[in-house]
Design a protein around this ligand. Sequence first.
Ligand code: DX5
Ligand code: ZN
Length: 224
Amino acid sequence: MATKDYIIAPSILSADFSRLGEEVNSVLKAGADWIHFDVMDNHYVPNLTIGPMVCQSLRDYGITAPIDVHLMVKPVDQLIKSFSKAGATYITFHPEASDDVDRSLDLIKDNGCKAGLVLNPDISIEVLDSFLDKLDMILLMSVFPGFGGQEFIDSVLDKVTKMRSIINKNNLKTRLEIDGGIKLENIREVADAGADTFVSGSAIFGEPDYSEIIQKMRDSLKVE
Ligand code: DX5
Ligand code: ZN
């Protein structure tokens, strides 16, 4: 895959929330493609983060890059509507958090956003079978959701490989995103397994120089 097809999406979960607008500007200026926006409700996951008002604030602040909203909430439909109005580009949710996955996917698309499903590390990819042609993105979690800074779960690599072959076999344009524990040391291996979209939180925001770390990630994706 050509390097330009890879997307790096820093997760603002690890940004300094007291200066979020500046942080988002800096990481985009440093070469990030998208902003990954983690929404947690203290119900579906045991943590509480940010909602549609913060997404809207980033748009009002002048952020034009794609915002990739990862809903870790239950239920999902009301927030799908709010986030689509607040400027989300992609909206992804966990299938077990919706009582009608088809309806929730349609809701995302009807509101003008791109739609995706997210699978936790212990959920098998067969769950996606009946939704494949509706998905702009498939997000495979490589940690259990809830917190940044966790270790990448190696067994997910096999799922990435299998998912990539299903996407290719069906000639789908679906992006294959990976989220959790992505860092310079493993991004290439995950790309080789078939992911094309990389969420990375602590490994980017934990560095003093965002340009340097993003450039190093791109270089490692480029190596023959
Ligand atoms: C985890 C979130 C991730 C997280 C990634 O629940 O969905 O997006 O912020 O953070 P790192 O890259 O630090 O694992
Ligand atoms: Zn996420």
